[in-house]
Structures are given as C-alpha cells and as structure tokens.
Ligand binder design. Structure first.
Ligand code: GDP
Length: 307
C-alpha cells in the first residue's frame, strides 16, 4: 500500500514529458486537445524542456503531464522521414519520459511502420511506448480487434495497449489514468495555478510559434523561437510585432521562404487565428533575426522569456 506524501513536492507527485507521435491523420491533434482540455494551456518553458515546444500541460491528481511536440511529426507531409530527420527525431525523443504512438484501431500501414521504426533499433530511445489505437468508434467489428492487437504485440513490446476514441472524454480520462504510473516520480515542472495565467501578449507569441513550426515542418531546426517585441491595444485593434529568432543565417531563409512566401503565410495564418481568439482586429508585424548560440546561453534564454 502506498501512503500519500503530505509534502507538495514529495515522492507522491509525478511529472514527465510526453510525446505524441504517429503518421498524419491518426488523430494526434484531436487527442492532444482532449488531453489538455483547452487549445493552449502553456506557460514559459522550463530548462528541462527547452529542446521542445510545449504543446500543453495537464495536471490531474498527483500527476502533471507535459506534452511536447517532436519535429518530424508536426508535418502533414509524412513522406519526408529520411535519415537525417530520423536522427533529429531520435534526439528529440531522448529526453521525453513517455511516448504515445497513435494509430487507427485495426490499421497498421507503411506510414505507421515508418514512425514506429524511429522508436526501435539501434540508437532508438528506450522509453516506454504506449500504443493508442484511436478511432475505436469507427471500428465496425470489435472482435477483429483482438487478433490485430496481438499482431501489434509482435511489432513492439508496448508498455500499454489502449483502444479508444480521442473524441470520447471518458476514454481520454481513462488514458490519463493508464499513463500516470509511467511518469517518473518528481516535483511538478509547473505551478498548477500558473497554467491558467495566459496573457494576450503571451498568446500572440504562442500562436506565431505554432504557425512557424507547422509551416516550416521538418525543415526548421531546433533553436528557433519567437519574441513578442510589441503588443499595443487600441480600441478594437491590437498592434503586435514579433521577431522570429533563428540560430543560423541558413535558417532565416527557411523561415522567409522563396520571395517571402512562407513568412507571409505564417503572418496571415497567425493574424487570422489571433483575430478569432482575441475577438479584435490584429495588425501583425513579423521580423526574422539570426542570433547564434542563444540556445546554449542561459542569460539569453531568460531574456527571451524562457524563465
Ligand atoms: P493528426 O493529423 O494525427 O493530428 O490527426 P487529427 O487530430 O487532425 O485528426 C484527423 C481526423 O481524424 C480528423 O478528422 C478528426 O476529427 C478525426 N478523429 C480524431 N480522433 C477521432 C476518433 O476518436 N474517432 C473518429 N471517428 N475520428 C477521429
């Protein structure tokens, strides 16, 4: 029998980084949104997590789940899982505590296999991997699922096998309960109260960051960040200026794109979403700047609002 620890940071508490991986369209974003309970629930990143973009935090009972994005899985173009990318993905997965490998229940195709391969073999991180067999509601004959689950057992020694629907709240809660024992016992990274404290200014940076990562997909290397330089409120209008800071000159080109197309798109998508979220007109200016070495420099990290 375990006795709950009375001290807030005592051994009863669990906290860990959780990566959600899987080929496009299996329901990763749906699952993340359901797990986190709101679209964005993010605070500044902690040192443990500077390699990752935090996509959400969920605190439930004694456990805090910190969900992170993994480059290579953000992209909608799953074809690009080439060798160098594999290395990046593996490095990124090296410091998470738990991996959710999402597939569609009853299905396992080539694209799924490519993603699973990243979690296996030489150089693969030895993390517990939970098989999330999503879209269970779309499976007509549940009896077919047993042999399928057995075949999945042969593909990988998954820590858990969870057939479920990301669209069913009860299933999502059950999943959290299953994941909890796999988080390491350690103090929470985030003060549960802090998670709700999200300013509009902060939100602006997060939305630009989301678009930046989504639209640069696999190409954008680690180390890119977004700084909100200006956030002014005028009657029904927000004037926002952000700088996208990249580590190398070459990365700048990736963000800007041919003829500035990509940066334009990042800006227009971010603006549209911010207008919806803030219910106001948004004037958004984006700049791209190179700052080498910042990722290793704590002082810089702090000045960029990471601490
Ligand atoms: P991602 O590309 O892996 O992030 O997948 P999305 O979260 O965008 O989901 C892809 C599609 O699957 C969307 O149309 C979702 O509505 C749908 N979807 C996600 N979860 C479920 C589920 O549990 N059941 C069903 N039937 N559809 C789902």
């Amino acid at each position: 029998m375990t006795v709950p620890d009375p001290t807030p940071d005592g051994p009863a508490r669990r906290c860990g980084l959780v990566a959600i991986v899987g080929r496009p369209n299996v329901g990763k974003s749906t699952l993340l949104n359901a797990l986190v309970g709101q679209k964005i629930s993010i605070v500044s990143a902690k040192p443990q997590t500077t390699r990752h973009r935090i996509t959400g935090v969920r605190t439930r009972g004694d456990a805090q789940f910190v969900f992170v994005d993994t480059p290579g899985f953000q992209t909608r173009h799953g074809a690009a899982l080439h060798r160098t990318l594999n290395r990046t993905v593996r490095a990124a997965l090296a410091d998470v505590d738990l991996v959710l490998f999402v597939v569609e229940a009853g299905r396992f195709g080539l694209e799924d296999a490519k993603v699973l391969a990243l979690l296996q073999g030489e150089g693969a991180p030895s993390k517990p991997v939970v098989l999330v067999a999503n879209k269970l509601d779309a499976v007509r004959r549940r009896t077919d699922l047993l042999p399928w689950l057995r075949s999945m057992q042969e593909r990988h020694p998954f820590a858990e096998y969870v057939p479920m629907s990301a669209e069913k709240p009860a299933d999502v809660e059950r999943l959290l309960g299953i994941l909890e024992p796999h988080l390491p016992r350690q103090p929470w990274f985030y003060d549960a109260e802090m998670l709700t404290d999200r300013s509009e200014r902060f939100l602006a940076g997060e939305i630009v960051r989301e678009k930046l990562f989504r639209l640069t997909g696999d190409e954008l290397p680690y180390g890119a960040t977004v700084v909100v330089d200006r956030f002014d409120e005028e009657a029904g209008l927000r004037r926002i200026a952000c700088t996208i800071v990249v580590e190398r000159e070459a990365h700048k080109g990736m963000v800007i794109g041919e003829g500035g197309e990509r940066l334009k798109r990042i800006g227009s998508e971010a603006r549209a979403e911010l207008e919806r979220l803030l219910d106001a007109r948004v004037f958004l200016e984006l700049w791209v700047k190179v700052r080498s070495g910042w990722a290793d420099d704590e002082a810089h990290l702090r000045s960029y609002g990471y601490e």
